[in-house]
Design a protein around this ligand. Structure first.
Ligand code: SAM
Length: 278
């Protein structure tokens, strides 16, 4: 009978082999995601799919792309909300919008956009500040199925109560209900919000920089990566920011201390807003 320590060790080997296999077979690279959380998610997936071991997950995903799709979805945390962390959006209005207003054309990258609520919140903010017409939001995620939902712009009506509260706390200027039409139990966001958003697949680990942006939002994504991967992804983001471009991270994320001051100045430490130095 295998002892507890043996089981941990076997599982660690299985996780490594599984992630290596997925990378080779499908090109998705989860090898440098934070181990504890990825292990937990793999075990939950195995449980849901009635697979007895991590090795059997490997066999299943290797041979069945449909299982692989479910697996990718189960590995990533796609939790999001409109005007999530309202104080962040209030600070965007106060400190970032005035800077963006000075540009003739504003390019924004929402990296790790999940089901799109963040991108639509930005669209509302930019519209209310009169600069949406000259803005382009590129909202990307590695996950095809969350992007499908994002593109639809349709959310469950039951979410609107929370989103309305967030919007008000974020300093919203209208009635939030003006931004959607309720139909049965769904809220359909108005087409005018969708107009300057491009949703597309992009993997922060394996894909390159694809443009230069005045603002990059990458909130609640880095927390799922290990230190090496975080450093690589921050390099990619840095390459994707124009001089004096702005970077927004999530509440629990921060730039490494050596980047603060030299590479970025802090626009707002609490809301994790940074500005690239030159
Ligand atoms: C918790 S959600 C954050 C959503 C939104 N930014 C927010 O803060 O509400 C994290 C998102 O990052 C995406 N993600 C994880 N790894 C990624 C990668 N390597 N490349 C692109 N997106 C990734 C996940 O699919 C997920 O949708």
């Amino acid at each position: 009978m295998a002892k507890i320590n043996d089981i941990d060790e076997i599982e660690a080997i299985e996780v490594e082999l599984l992630l290596q296999g997925i990378y080779k077979r499908y090109g998705y690279d989860f090898r440098n995601y934070a181990l504890a959380s990825i292990r937990r998610r793999i075990l939950r997936f195995a449980d849901n799919e009635n697979l007895p071991t991590i090795s059997s997950v490997q066999e299943a995903v290797m041979h069945d792309p449909a299982i692989m799709d479910r697996f990718v979805l189960s590995l990533t945390v796609n939790v999001t909300a409109m005007f999530r962390d309202p104080a962040f959006f209030a600070m965007m209005r106060e400190k970032v919008i005035p800077l963006l207003k000075t540009y003739p054309l504003i390019r924004i990258w929402d990296a790790g956009c999940a089901t799109g609520e963040e991108a639509y919140s930005l669209a509302i903010l930019l519209q209310e500040e009169g600069i949406y017409e000259k803005s382009r939001i590129y909202a990307t995620d590695l996950n095809e199925s969350v992007l499908r939902k994002a593109k639809s712009g349709i959310f469950h009506l039951s979410q609107m109560k929370e989103y309305t509260d967030n919007y008000i706390q974020a300093g919203g200027k209208q009635a939030f209900s003006e931004y959607y039409t309720a139909k049965f139990d769904h809220a359909i966001l108005h087409q005018s919000l969708r107009k300057n958003i491009v949703f597309a697949q992009h993997n922060l680990v394996t894909d390159r920089s694809f443009n230069e942006f005045n603002l990059v939002l990458m909130r609640n994504v880095l927390i799922y990566f290990n230190e090496d991967l975080r450093a690589n992804v921050l390099k990619l983001v840095h390459q994707s920011l124009s001089p004096f471009g702005i970077l927004a991270l999530g509440k629990r994320e921060t730039l490494p201390s050596e980047a603060r001051g030299r590479t970025y100045e802090e626009l707002d430490a609490t809301e994790k807003l940074y500005r690239r130095c030159a």
